[in-house]
Design a binder for this molecule. Structure first.
Ligand code: SF4
Length: 385
């Protein structure tokens, strides 16, 4: 029994789960195929700032001064990862500014630090659906009436307060904190979870309810289920710009291919011709619609049903569509036992009511989805990509 449970148990880090949510194919490359990619300069910049924050807040007799923090940052700096001296200088200046701003807004001695970069492992789910999620919490502080869990972010964009209210990472961190401090579960309203945006010098905070923690766990379990079912479809998003797998990803790799031959034809010429033809079709369609509108207006004005040109004629054809009185038809067909035969499941109607259904029903409907057939079409994006 213990063996079968252990077999189905998945050990997964929060960052791997997050990678799956942003793009399942990226997760597969990273976690299953174990394809290594060089760390991006943004990631290295983030790591240096995270270690500087750890240095600043490491408890000691005296907290580090701004100068000491700067020295630590400079000694950790890695100029080799940048593409040019200008880029390296700009990044270094940005790092210095972040640390200066941090000291302007915060006095490290004011904080009661409980833990820094603490590793955790928590169990989620139960029985054969039991899994272990691991991660690292940047910082845990003791506050006047409880605790605060802080995660540093080096993102350029500041999210809205809503994002922090629903942030899954913070919920997992709080669940991990509660597994180490179970007596704090009764004080949930006094436990703060915060994202500190270093580039903006701003912190967004929220708290969590028991329900939110439960919902979060359910989302995690669903994600793990998708991984177990080996669902690894790519998701194209702005994050692709920072993905190290573009050269092997089916959505991008063609961009990196030098040889584009299909039999003896040059595929790159065919691609460009296809794009041009699709664009010509849409211009023609627009022009046809305008001409049709004018000719119809002319026919109405002249009271004619056919018009003649040098190359042929155009005739107006009238198509009438009907709908039936459903009650009447039902009353006629039901006694003959034929009413069920004409009723058909309507996907569009389902889509229209879907948003109004309770969440539990929505989930069941999603589960009832069966793949019918797969068709592929070509979508054209014009311009340089
Ligand atoms: S390039 Fe984009 S779609 Fe492809 S694996 Fe990376 S994130 Fe996913």
């Amino acid at each position: 029994m213990i063996n079968s449970l252990e077999e189905s148990l998945m050990r997964i880090s929060y960052s791997a789960l997050d990678a799956y949510k942003s793009c399942p194919l990226k997760y597969k490359y990273q976690q299953i195929d174990k394809i290594k990619t060089p760390k991006s300069k943004e990631a290295i910049f983030g790591t240096i700032l995270h270690s500087t924050m750890k240095f600043i807040h490491t408890p000691g007799i005296l907290s580090p001064t701004l100068e000491q923090a700067m020295e630590f940052f400079s000694n950790s700096w890695n100029p080799a990862v940048f593409d040019s001296p200008e880029e390296e200088r700009a990044a270094f200046v940005q790092g210095v500014k972040i640390i200066q701003d941090y000291y302007k807004r915060n006095n490290p001695a004011d904080f009661n630090i409980v833990n820094l970069e603490s590793r955790f492992q928590i169990e989620i789910g139960e029985k054969e659906n039991r899994h272990i999620v691991s991660g690292i919490i940047d910082r845990i502080d003791r506050t006047a009436d409880g605790f605060e869990i802080i995660d540093y972010k080096t993102a350029k964009k500041m999210p809205t307060q809503d994002r922090v209210e629903g942030d899954m990472q913070l919920s997992v961190y709080l669940a991990a904190f509660l597994s180490y401090y179970p007596e704090e579960r009764k004080n949930l309203d006094r436990l703060k979870v915060s994202l500190y945006f270093l580039k903006h010098g701003m912190k967004l905070s929220a708290s969590r309810t028991e329900e939110q923690l439960k919902e979060n766990e359910a989302v995690f379990l669903e994600t793990i289920k998708l991984i177990e079912e080996e669902k690894f479809e790519p998701i194209i998003s702005p994050l692709c710009d920072w993905c190290g797998y573009q050269n092997i990803c089916p959505m991008w790799k063609h961009k990196f291919k030098e040889l584009r031959k299909l039999d003896t034809e040059d595929v790159s010429e065919l691609i460009d011709e296809y794009i041009e033809l699709k664009s010509a079709i849409s211009i023609t369609k627009d022009r046809l619609a305008k001409i049709q509108e004018k000719i119809t207006f002319y026919m109405d004005q002249e009271g004619v049903a056919r018009v003649f040109g040098q190359n042929g004629l155009i005739a107006r054809s009238l198509r009438v569509t009907y709908k039936y009185n459903e009650e009447k038809i039902q009353s006629l067909l039901a006694p003959l036992g034929k009413w069920q035969d004409v009723l058909k499941f309507d996907k569009t109607a389902l889509k229209n009511v879907f948003d109004l259904l309770p969440d539990s029903v929505k989930k069941e409907i999603e589960k009832a989805k069966i793949e019918d057939k797969k068709t592929s079409s070509l979508i054209v994006k014009k311009g340089k990509i």
